[in-house]
Design a protein around this ligand. Structure first.
Ligand code: PAF
Length: 285
C-alpha cells in the first residue's frame, strides 16, 4: 500500500493505475477506522480493480474547535487496517495541503444541505461537499463509496456529483452494526460504558417504527413510536426525528404512499461535551 502525504504523490499513484488500465474506487474517511469503513473498502474492492482511501479530519465540517480537537486520531491502526484490507494507496494530507491559506471556494448543495440534520449543524454539509469535491478532483475515481448510516450526507454527495456533472458513480453501502444493533461509528468510542449500553435505543426505536409501518399506521404514529422509545431512555436526549420522502427530503405525512426514510439524531453524555449519534432506516410499504 502506497502511503501518500501530498496531492502530487497520490496523483502519481492513481496515474500509474490508470496507465495499467485499472479502475479506481475511492473510500474517503476521517480515520478512527472500524468495520463500517472496512465494509466501504470491501464494496470498492468487489467492484473496482484498485482501491484508494483517504484519511483527513476535515476542519470545515466541524461546528466548533473542541469537536475537531476531540475527534479520535489513530493513524497507525488505521494504516494497518487499510493494508490488511488490500487498499492500494492512501492519501493522508495535512490541512494546508487541502486548504491552501487563501482558499476561498466552497461547494454547497443549497437546499439539501440546509434541511434536517443540516439545521442542527449549520455549515456541516457544506464542509463535507467542499472536501469531497476536492478529494474527487485529487483522486479522480470511477466510483466512490459512502455509508448509508449518514443518509443525508449520502444524498447530498450524490446530488453534488450529479449537479456538477462529476464523472464519479456515488454508491451507498449498508450500515454495519454491533451485535446489539448499535450502528458502528467512530463516536461510539467516546461513550461511557452506561451510555454505550443505552445507545442501543436508536436501533430499537427504528425497529419499533418499522413494526408500526408494517401495520400501515399513519406517519404521525410512527413518529410517536420513535419519540416514546427514545424518551423512555433517561440517558438519551432526542435531538431530531425526521421522516421524509427519500427522493426529495420533503416531510412524509398521512398514510405511507411510498418509501420513507427515518433519520434520528440522539445525544448522550454531558450537555457541554455531548456525543451525538445518528441512525437511519429506509422503509418501503
Ligand atoms: O463521513 C465521513 O467520514 C466524512 O464526512 C467524509 C465523507 C470523509 C468527508 O470528510
Amino acid at each position: 500500500m502506497q502511503v501518500c502525504r501530498t496531492i502530487s504523490n497520490i496523483r502519481a499513484a492513481v496515474a500509474a493505475f490508470r496507465a495499467a488500465g485499472e479502475t479506481v474506487g475511492l473510500v474517503t474517511t476521517m480515520g478512527a477506522l472500524h468495520s463500517g469503513h472496512m465494509a466501504l473498502v470491501a464494496a470498492a474492492k468487489a467492484a473496482q480493480t484498485r482501491v484508494v482511501a483517504t484519511i483527513f479530519v476535515n476542519p470545515t465540517q466541524f461546528g466548533n474547535a473542541e469537536d475537531l480537537a476531540n475527534y479520535p486520531r489513530t493513524e497507525d491502526a488505521d494504516l494497518e487496517m487499510l493494508r490488511d484490507a488490500g487498499v492500494d494507496a492512501v492519501l493522508i494530507p495535512d490541512a494546508a495541503e487541502i486548504y491552501p491559506r487563501d482558499n476561498e471556494t466552497i461547494v454547497e448543495t443549497t437546499r439539501l444541505a440546509n434541511v434536517l440534520h443540516g439545521l442542527v449543524r449549520p455549515g456541516h454539509y457544506r464542509g463535507v461537499t467542499t472536501v469531497v469535491s476536492k478529494l474527487f478532483n485529487i483522486t479522480q475515481p470511477d466510483a466512490a463509496y459512502f455509508g448509508e448510516k449518514d443518509y443525508q450526507q449520502l444524498q447530498v454527495i450524490k446530488r453534488m456529483a450529479r449537479d456538477l456533472q462529476m464523472p464519479v458513480a456515488v454508491h451507498g453501502v449498508p450500515t454495519v452494526r454491533e451485535s446489539d444493533g448499535l450502528a458502528m461509528s467512530s463516536r461510539n468510542a467516546r461513550l461511557t460504558e452506561n451510555d454505550r449500553r443505552a445507545a442501543v435505543v436508536l436501533s430499537r426505536a427504528l425497529d419499533k417504527a418499522e413494526n408500526e409501518a408494517g401495520r400501515r399506521v399513519p406517519i404521525d404514529r410512527i413518529d410517536q413510536a420513535l419519540r416514546t422509545t427514545i424518551n423512555a431512555e433517561p440517558r438519551a436526549r432526542l435531538r431530531a426525528v425526521d421522516i421524509v420522502d427519500p427522493a426529495t427530503f420533503a416531510p412524509a405525512v398521512g398514510l405511507m404512499k411510498g418509501p420513507i426514510a427515518i433519520m434520528l439524531s440522539v445525544e448522550f453524555g454531558p450537555n457541554d461535551n455531548p456525543v451525538m449519534l445518528i441512525d437511519q432506516r429506509e422503509i418501503t410499504p
